[in-house]
Design a protein around this ligand. Structure first.
Ligand SMILES: Cc1cc2nc3c(=O)[nH]c(=O)nc-3n(C[C@H](O)[C@H](O)[C@H](O)COP(=O)(O)OP(=O)(O)OC[C@H]3O[C@@H](n4cnc5c(N)ncnc54)[C@H](O)[C@@H]3O)c2cc1C
Length: 407
């Protein structure tokens, strides 16, 4: 018997953000005419998170501009939208979800799209440690940054921390970034390009304290904080922001029988169970590239969006017929007036070849593994990077990639 989702069946999507919405969109694009119910614990319709640390933080965009689902689009997609409702339990065999209001919903298939939340630092009473994930966080960060000269301390020099530091600098604030790793982003970009990105802080007028961590945080008495670093130095923060990674929202799946392992374990077609798929930041998915299969969560906007389309295809095909996803991870980050972009996913042992760079700081680099290009990284060279997209997806040698670029 086929395990394909009937075109007039029902789908229940938990998590009303990018990946959940893209799954609904994907189903409709593929001709699904059944019932789609999208449930989220936030009170806002789905909205976009990348602008929160960029355009919203600096006040260039009003927060409302981040909304992804207006009433017209909701009507076009024929979505039953339940907001402010938190899922507390899943029974995969019956595809039934229980909610915090005591109610339950069942469908033919369930989509887990519950994303992640920021890791927090514990701070004493009287200190606000901003994190940036939600609509409310975005508004609060902007209000905290707006205004006259402030001392801003950002803990964590990952992409989001770096973007917030850059946004704070655009107000002219005194900005210090504290990072435990000696080279920020080295685990993602490698030492050479991690160091290059770290130098953007200095060029942008922020101070980077890397290779050091925060030992203690005390209230300064005026709403600010005094931080003690492990090297004995102290920092005063009028505004304190924490960007030290995320935790997948999987607690509601405890007892479901699904495999949870820093995310929801799914197969190569995003199935966690015959009736359940997981998408976006919460999904620890299997994928194969350059002959290597890995299982990982990837926290990129484009991956979450692509997952939605792949999940829709997989659900309609059924688990037994669903094809493994063909994915080329992509992310971007905007900071200090430059655009950083990565296509693919390098490993720590890959060789870095800088194929183009100039006096303006623009750069294009290729990561090579056994003669093949595993990833490409660009600083403010979007056209050249995107030229490589199709070739990277299919697999390309270093020599052919160079030829394509004319370098
Ligand atoms: C500040 C910021 C900047 C970013 N910038 C970039 C960028 O420049 N480039 C890039 O590639 N990526 C960026 N990202 C990452 C990108 O936004 C994420 O990859 C994307 O939002 C993932 O979408 P998602 O739908 O999987 O999860 P999420 O967006 O996390 O959504 C999950 C939703 O599920 C809800 N939920 C959780 N638990 C439950 C429950 N039990 N019941 C019901 N609902 C629940 C959550 O409240 C949330 O609304 C950024 C992220 C942030 C936070």
């Amino acid at each position: 018997m086929s395990d394909a989702l009937a075109p007039d069946g029902s789908v229940l999507i938990i998590g009303a953000s990018l990946s959940g919405l893209r799954t609904a969109q994907g189903l409709r694009d593929l001709g699904f005419v059944g019932t789609i119910t999208l449930v989220g614990d936030e009170v806002h319709p789905p909205y976009d998170r990348p602008p929160l640390s960029k355009q919203v933080a600096i006040g260039k965009w009003d927060i409302e501009r981040t909304i992804l689902l207006d009433p017209q689009r909701q009507e076009d997609l024929e979505l039953n939208l339940h907001l402010g409702r938190r899922a507390t339990h899943l029974d995969p065999d019956s595809a039934t979800v229980t909610f915090d209001d005591g109610g339950t919903l069942s469908a033919d298939r369930v989509v887990i799209a519950t994303g992640t939340r920021p890791r927090q630092l514990s701070v004493p009473d009287g200190v606000t440690a901003h994190v940036v994930r939600t609509y409310e966080d975005g508004v609060a960060l902007h209000l905290a940054l707006a205004g006259e000269q402030k001392r801003v301390v950002v803990i964590g020099a990952g992409f989001i921390g770096a973007e917030i530091a850059s946004s704070a600098r655009s107000f002219g604030h005194e900005v210090t970034v504290v990072e435990a790793q000696s080279t920020p982003l080295a685990t993602i970009l490698g030492e050479q390009l991690g160091a290059l990105c770290a130098s953007l802080h200095e060029k942008g007028g922020a101070t980077l304290r890397s290779g050091t961590s925060v030992d203690g945080i005390a209230a300064a008495g005026d709403g600010g904080a005094i931080l003690t670093l492990d090297n004995g130095q102290t920092l005063h923060a009028d505004v304190l922001v924490v960007g030290i990674g995320v935790i997948p929202n999987t607690e509601w799946l405890v007892g479901s029988g699904l495999s949870i392992n820093n995310g929801v374990d799914v197969d190569g077609a995003l199935f966690a169970h015959d009736r359940v798929v997981a998408v976006g930041d919460v999904a620890r998915f299997q994928w194969t590239r350059l002959g290597m299969t890995s299982a990982e969560r990837i926290e990129h906007w484009q991956v979450a969006a692509d997952h939605g389309r792949f999940a829709a295809e997989g659900l309609l095909a059924g688990r037994s017929a669903a094809k493994p996803i063909q994915l080329l991870p992509y992310f971007w980050s905007d900071q200090y007036g430059v655009k950083l972009q990565m296509l693919g996913r390098p490993a720590a042992t890959d060789h870095v070849h800088v194929v183009e760079d100039d006096d303006e700081g623009r750069l294009l680099a290729l990561y090579e593994r056994d003669g093949a290009v595993s990833a490409a990284f660009a600083i403010s060279k979007p056209r050249q990077l995107m030229q490589l997209r199709a070739a990277l997806l299919d697999g390309v040698t270093l020599a052919d990639a160079r030829r394509l670029l004319g370098s």
